[in-house]
Design a protein around this ligand. Structure first.
Ligand code: SF4
Length: 289
């Protein structure tokens, strides 16, 4: 079991902090290309509530660094484009933006959150060129391998699309981090562990994984669904026990990037135990021990 902070220290020789930045991209699952309204759990922030407002990238980096430095004397950072689909749009514009971010000396890597159906040949070539400058990670929002759940949440692509993108990224030597949401509607514990097992058995396995408790957020389709017909949500003890089982399935190569949710507090409808992050992490740690 390897955690992100340890991995970053080993790789870069010190603690490295993420700067949440905005690329100005939207998402094909929101603008009508694949679907309207997005995945049912996704709030207006596009699954990344802490990103900077869209501004010239130099300004965004300076502001994000300032925020981090109020708490630490960090000197190395990852340019993290999390919200929406950061490989969706004009490739020349995106490449210029990401090159500019990578040109900052203190930026040691680039991390791009995206969908597996937005990794066409031109995007793959861009990623390969960027990866020749500094490390580039791609974060894929899979959430589940169960097709029925994927359709229910309106993810907008089948598992085969993920498999294909994953293979091409790994062949190109680009590290892949996969996002999984636990407690999606209609899923049993066996389904959730099935998704983690599937990822753990990929050859080669993912470079990283983010496991996250489902957070039902105000203003989402899922909130309406939950209010109309609530499904059981795990309590913290159950979640911690599930995380312990899930982590036990993962190979050593897969770095654990996240074990809990990070949604906006002001929008959280359920489960409310997610609000006490310190308590959540302590309970998960106890479970892992
Ligand atoms: S793909 Fe990501 S940004 Fe797009 S709707 Fe789904 S969660 Fe939101």
């Amino acid at each position: 079991m390897r955690f992100l902070n340890d991995h970053l220290r080993e790789t870069f020789g010190e603690k490295v902090y993420k700067l949440s930045l905005s690329s100005g991209c939207t998402c094909p699952n929101r603008d009508g290309t694949v679907g309207y309204g997005g995945c049912s759990f996704c709030s207006e922030g596009g699954s990344g509530e802490f990103a900077a407002k869209l501004a010239p990238i130099g300004e965004q980096i300076a502001e994000a660094k300032e925020r981090v430095r109020r708490k630490t004397d960090a000197s190395k950072f990852i340019a993290y484009f999390q919200s929406y689909t950061n490989t969706y749009g004009d490739v020349a514009r995106l490449e210029a933006l990401y090159r500019e971010a990578l040109a900052h000396e203190e930026i040691v890597a680039l991390s791009l959150g995206t969908r597996p159906d937005c990794l066409g040949g031109d995007v793959m070539e861009m990623l390969t060129r960027l990866a020749a400058i500094k490390p580039v990670w791609v974060e894929l929002g899979l959430q589940t391998i169960r097709e029925e759940t994927a359709q229910r949440i309106g993810r907008g692509y089948p598992l085969a699309v993920f498999d294909d993108a994953y293979r091409r990224l790994k062949e190109a030597g680009i590290p892949v981090i996969v996002h999984v949401i636990l407690n999606l509607p209609g899923e049993t514990k066996g389904d959730m562990l099935g998704t983690v097992r599937y990822l753990a058995e990929l050859v080669p396995p993912p470079d990283g994984i983010k496991l996250q408790m489902l957070q039902i957020l105000e203003g989402t389709r899922m909130a309406e669904e939950y209010r109309a017909e609530p499904w059981p949500l795990m309590d913290l003890e159950e979640y911690a026990a599930l995380i312990a089982e899930a982590v036990a399935l993962l190979p050593e190569e897969t770095v654990i990037h996240r074990l809990t949710g990070d949604g906006p507090r002001r929008l959280l409808i359920a489960p409310l135990w997610c609000l006490d992050k310190k308590h959540v992490l302590n309970t998960i740690r106890r479970g892992l021990r």
